[in-house]
Design a binder for this molecule. Structure first.
Ligand code: PEP
Ligand code: MN
Length: 306
């Protein structure tokens, strides 16, 4: 019986689908990096972060307006005001905007601004929300639930596509395991498994996987190496002062350093990651722990291959 699921890659020769977002194609030859703060916290910080990540080679801007928080007392986002700030950041930088939708009652407002609607891990099986975004044509970034199998992720994507929206991008963001040294466990195997089973683009969120900024470049390098189509990364101008997810957010400088490390690695893996001229150079990755991890990983490999 042929596999008739909309997400299925029925045979290895079936071409992968690239999802178009403005002038970008996620899932094509380019390795696409989405970057920005966990939450939009104010005008200056989002404009500054957007300009900086763009200057380092990010092609889309992320920023949460409506935030799913484990504690109801934590910062839950600036809501509609944040959507306006994201629209302004796009106006100024030209970067398309990725932002999360938590509640179908906000769909019109989010869809009016978002170039990509993010469905977060906690809502991966919110079937009415999946149906609601399935009725639109705006691309959907669907994050894997923290206890969801690959097959459940694909079925969640199927819910969106069955309603007519074929523009789905899958995201591995770490799953919950017994390990406590990281916030989640990046399921690196899920990427090649997904690339075999579906034609949809697959990106990786190393920030929510690690929960620690110092591990983000190493996980990002791993994502490139296993064939992911891109990354979504949290970047904050002052992570120590962030209102959400500061511990896992890269500084602007660390993001630039990571991009310099990833560009040649992407090239070696058959993907293009073009950086704008003048991405600030620096001797180290500028990450806590002075880049030891990367020195022994991708960087060392790059030096050997250079
Ligand atoms: C986020 O992207 O900020 C987020 C809340 O991600 P996740 O749904 O993967 O936890
Ligand atoms: Mn976050």
């Amino acid at each position: 019986m042929p596999d008739t699921r909309l997400t299925a890659r029925s045979n290895p020769t079936q071409p992968a689908t690239a999802v178009r977002v403005a002038d970008e194609r996620i899932g094509g030859a380019a390795f696409t990096v989405i970057a920005g703060p966990c939450s939009v916290e104010g005008r200056d910080m989002i404009l500054r972060t957007a300009a900086s990540v763009r200057a380092s080679g990010a092609r889309l801007l992320r920023g949460g307006a409506f935030k799913p928080r484990t504690s109801p007392y934590a910062f839950r986002g600036l809501g509609h005001a944040a959507l306006q700030l994201l629209a302004e950041a796009r106006e100024v930088t030209g970067l398309p905007v990725v932002t999360e939708l938590m509640d179908a009652r906000e769909l019109d407002a989010v869809d009016a601004v978002a170039d990509v609607i993010q469905i977060g891990a906690r809502n991966m099986q919110n079937f009415s929300l999946l149906a609601a975004v399935g009725e639109r044509r705006t691309p959907v970034l669907l994050k894997r639930g923290m206890s969801a199998t690959v097959s459940e992720l694909l079925l969640a994507a199927e819910h969106v596509m069955a309603h007519g929206n074929a523009n789905v991008i899958l995201c591995e963001r770490g799953i919950r395991t017994f390990e406590t040294s990281t916030r989640n466990t990046l399921d690196i195997s899920a990427i090649p498994v997904l690339k075999q089973e579906t034609h949809l683009p697959v990106i990786v969120d190393p920030s929510h996987a690690a929960g620690r900024a110092d591990l983000v470049p190493a996980l990002a390098a791993a994502a490139v190496a296993v064939g992911a189509d891109g990354l979504i990364v949290e970047v904050h101008p002052d992570p120590a002062a962030a209102l959400s997810d500061g511990a896992q957010s890269l500084t602007i400088e660390a993001f630039a350093a990571m991009m310099r490390m990833l560009a040649p690695l992407a090239g070696m893996c058959g993907r293009s990651l073009e950086l704008p001229a003048g991405v600030p150079a620096g001797p180290t990755l500028g990450i806590p722990g002075d880049g030891v991890l990367i020195e022994s990983g991708a960087h060392a490999m790059l030096r050997v291959c250079a």
